[in-house]
Design a protein around this ligand. Structure first.
Ligand SMILES: Nc1nc2c(c(=O)[nH]1)N[C@H]1C(S)=C(S)[C@@H](COP(=O)(O)OP(=O)(O)OC[C@H]3O[C@@H](n4cnc5c(N)ncnc54)[C@H](O)[C@@H]3O)O[C@H]1N2
Ligand code: MOO
Ligand SMILES: [Mg+2]
Length: 626
């Protein structure tokens, strides 16, 4: 039995009075009921909202729902008439890419058979990206009539929009196979043109997922990666966290005037010459217990000790001479100052390092060793930081086995899980091992449920390409109602990288389905998983560090932009590091990662440039501690 794709619908009520709570949103509620009781085959309402009649607010929601939420169809109700506040058509027209006048005419034609006043609707409809947007009138009765007049065409409209943006050939193959499957069942369509994977003979022969750029894939992931919130922690437990508040110093540093040198505290106006030594000021002694210094006197003082009252300069011991001693050299009686001191010389005044109430750390600071030291200095011992996201790792594949067991025939050892668990730990993220799923629906569903219930982001490896055992995308959609934001990226390795979001147990979850090949899984972890985790943990610049490097050999370029493993070496007197390739870059050869500290970001080959000559400056993404 082929399981149909869902169609996700967003309903936006545009009405000042509903927004202000002065009127009930009967039209929006009625439209949602109609959808959820099956007026459009396989459709369900996943987003519903209300905005006032403000063009910008309407546009924002339409853009957000199409671009970020990837909603299939947005129905607006209200704001389509002739009154000056009616701006829904203007907002819609300004953000759609293509108009769909047929839908508008169909609705108008039907409405005119009911009342001539229908001609006073200015509703428009159109396509933005992969989303169909339709303005319906504001009244409950007429919005229902309009929806009824177009409902039966919506599944097909969605199927065509989604396919045409991906691959025309597979669209037709899929649509033909549907036609022969269910001729008399008009809207028994398969939403996005992804066929039932159990019927291998009828599988799509080209991926229905558009091949998007790494930049846009990263942007999509980061747009969906949400900050998890904050928590108060003891400062010493916050290494690697992002600060969620401003931190101010509790006290001045130094809290008393302190000596910078080992020497003598003096009165500067006495100039050079003889001084009686009164005794000593040693670090740790309360300044109030010291005597006030008089002209002609000095006090021996050590670095960091409080300068006694009356003194206004410190003279280092090197600039003095002993004149008279007592007790067999245990006591200094008189010394000579050899260089005339200046007021304030070698004294740190109160608050000169840090003033009381000074901003010590701004919000969003990443807390490293020095920052924790600063918190200690400032006396701020509990702080507000961003929560860390929990990530779970799940390997998939019938052939994958735990590395600690003897290798069975036809099996290979699971390396991805170890690599990814370690990578997440290295970057300070709490990570959970979710084991290995078999390539069956039951096993994948069960393991995914387990992973989703205990983490914010689930990382799987394997099962995302074109084979009949590559079930992940299908299961995410059919069993979890996930929205797949992308399923292919123009990169090598990592082409079938898949990103989805879904609601599980009432919470939004992110899923990154990485390719099974060990090198592909590792590279895509650096490009998508770590940035997502950093964003969720409050980082303001979540992408990795990119520097320049000079290649040291000719490199044959791949048609796809390549992330080439390399060892960067800093040669003496050279400002830019030299990049040494780690050899054969096939996605299965994990040896290509051994001792690599960077990924060279190489452009895809062109007619003009097939081989990148040695000595070329390229971007290099840093993947280890340098
Ligand atoms: N007809 C096509 N075939 C393939 C395409 C394509 O576009 N059309 N893409 C290729 C690319 S690129 C990649 S990358 C792989 C991705 O495959 P999957 O993500 O579906 O992963 P699997 O098929 O499950 O496994 C691939 C490979 O990796 C090994 N593997 C899997 N898991 C682990 C693990 N945990 N530890 C170590 N090794 C693992 C697995 O045994 C396979 O050898 O698809 C190409 N095919
Ligand atoms: O893109 Mo696949 O990741 O070549 O190996
Ligand atoms: Mg596969």
């Amino acid at each position: 039995m082929s399981s149909d794709e869902n169609i996700y619908i967003g309903i936006l009520t545009v009405s000042d009075s509903c927004f202000q709570g002065k009127a009930e949103d009967t039209s929006g509620t009625n439209l949602a009921d109609l959808i959820n009781t099956g007026i459009v085959a396989n459709a369900k309402v996943v987003l519903q909202s209300c905005v006032p009649d403000e063009e910008d607010l309407i546009k924002n929601v339409l853009q957000e729902w199409s671009d970020k939420e990837n909603i299939h169809v947005i129905l607006t109700t209200g704001g389509t008439g002739f009154s000056p506040r009616d701006v829904t058509p203007e907002a819609t027209r300004s953000i759609i890419h293509r108009e769909t006048p047929g839908i508008t005419i169909a609705m108008m034609t039907k409405s005119l058979t009911i009342t001539p006043f229908a001609m006073l609707s200015r509703a428009v409809s159109g396509i933005r990206g992969n989303t169909l947007i339709i303005n319906l009138p504001g009244s409950k009765k007429s919005s229902q009539e309009c929806l009824e007049s177009v409902a039966m065409s919506l599944p097909h409209a969605v199927a065509v929009i989604r396919n045409r943006s991906t691959n025309v050939k597979s669209t037709h193959a899929v649509l033909q196979s549907k036609a022969s499957n269910s001729q008399h069942h008009h809207h028994h369509h398969h939403g996005d043109g992804k066929v039932d994977p159990s019927r291998v003979a009828r599988r799509a022969r080209e991926s229905p997922y558009p091949l998007i750029s790494v930049e846009s894939a990263q942007k999509t992931v980061l747009d969906h990666a949400f900050v998890l919130g904050t928590e108060k922690l003891v400062f010493s437990d916050t290494l690697g966290r992002v600060l969620a508040e401003e931190v101010f110093s509790q006290d001045p540093l130094p809290p008393f005037p302190a000596s910078i040198k080992d020497g003598y505290a003096v009165l500067a106006k006495d100039g050079a010459g003889r001084r009686k030594v009164l005794g000593s000021s040693i670090a740790g002694i309360k300044p109030c217990e010291q005597e006030r210094l008089q002209s002609g006197q000095c006090v021996r003082i050590n670095t960091g000790a409080p300068v006694p009252l009356g003194a206004d300069a410190v003279v280092q011991v090197e600039d003095t001479k002993l004149l008279q001693e007592a007790d067999d050299g245990k006591t200094e009686v008189e010394i000579e100052i050899l260089v005339a001191p200046k007021v304030g010389q070698d004294i740190r005044s109160v608050g000169s390092d840090m003033e009381k109430g000074e901003l010590v750390l701004p919000r969003y600071t990443i807390l490293g060793a020095s920052e924790l030291g600063l918190l200690a200095t400032a006396g701020v011992t509990t702080i507000l930081v961003y929560k860390l996201p929990v990530v779970s790792i799940l390997s998939t594949g019938n052939e994958i086995q735990d590395p600690s067991k003897p290798l069975e025939e036809g099996h290979i050892r699971d390396s991805n899980k170890t690599t990814l668990l370690s990578l997440m730990k290295e970057h300070g993220f709490p990570v959970v091992d979710k084991g290995i799923a078999k390539d069956t629906q039951e096993s994948l569903v069960q393991k995914l449920k387990d992973a989703l219930s205990t983490s914010d982001l689930v990382v799987t490896t394997g099962g995302v390409s074109m084979g009949e055992k590559d079930l992940l995308k299908h299961i995410l959609e059919s069993d979890f109602g996930a929205v797949i934001h992308f399923g292919r990226v123009k990169m090598k390795p990592g082409k079938p990288t898949t990103f989805a979001t879904l609601i599980y147990e009432g919470k939004k979850k992110l899923v990154l389905g990485l390719p099974g090949n060990p090198v592909s899984a590792t590279v895509t972890s650096h490009l998508y998983v770590l940035p997502a985790l950093r964003k969720m943990a409050g980082y303001q610049s979540p992408l990795g560090t990119i520097i320049k490097a000079i290649t040291s050999e000719d490199i044959t370029l791949d048609p796809r932009p390549e992330y080439h493993r390399a060892v960067l070496k800093w040669l003496p007197n050279s400002p830019v590091p030299k990049a040494m390739s780690t050899g054969n870059q096939i996605s299965s050869r994990l040896m290509s990662f051994s001792s690599a500290n960077s990924l060279l970001i190489l452009p895809g080959q062109t007619e003009q440039l097939k081989i990148l000559p040695a000595g070329t400056q390229v971007d290099a993404l840093i993947v280890t501690r340098l």
